[in-house]
Design a binder for this molecule. Sequence first.
Ligand code: FE2
Ligand code: FE2
Length: 268
Amino acid sequence: MRTIAHLSDLHFGTEDLGLEEALLQDLAAVQPSVVVVSGDLTQRARRSEFAAARAFLHRLPAPRVVVPGNHDIPLLDVFRRFLSPLARYHEFIDPEADPFFHDEEIALQGINTARSSTWKDGRISEAQIIALRARLCALPEGRFKVMVTHHPFAPPARDPAPPMVGRGLRALEAAADCGVELLLAGHLHEGYTADVRTTHVSLQRSMIVVQAGTAISRRRRGEPNAYNLITVDPPRLHLQVKAWTGRAFEPAAATEYRKEGPEWRRQS
Ligand SMILES: [Fe+2]
Ligand SMILES: [Fe+2]
């Protein structure tokens, strides 16, 4: 069994006072097996924001899988945006933008989807898809495989025509071929879960989409700050949203999935 604490869209520079400490306290109590941060660590990719994000990350339990978001690339500074988009991310956060972690039960592959050219919607490169296949398809049977991106692969139910990550379907096909079970992302500041085939009906494999809201930013979009606590205990997966109530991060919506044959079936 493994537990994943899934945080997203920290947006340092717009963080809500008090939430950072409350979240750190909660995570210290939860003791997850691994912490995922699915991008947008900063608001405007400023050095001061990256320094605050780095200090926060260093206080999180390890191991950690962190990917950049579009806000971690400069938007208005066109010179830096196109010539050295992730320079500050690499300097302050991680020299690796596609991090990989695995142990004897679980493997998580981070994929950087943030791009200078499609600043808002994201893209995946051919080289990243090749690397994804090489890493994840080579793992021994029995590892629970997770792909982490900033941009989502499936929209919330209310959105009829969402933007799609460039080469997103190709990346999903590679993930499906290599046995990925779970897709973690953020960007929309809205928590939800679905089977990816609700959106991508051609995929040969059932994969669970889990989206996280913003953990600590004031850039809320109609829902409280929250993070996801995911318990992986095959053939079961339990998703517990922990939402800020004004005093603490407390259990909110919970979803249970069970894998029956090749299908993930939602139990509740
Ligand atoms: Fe964001
Ligand atoms: Fe974003």
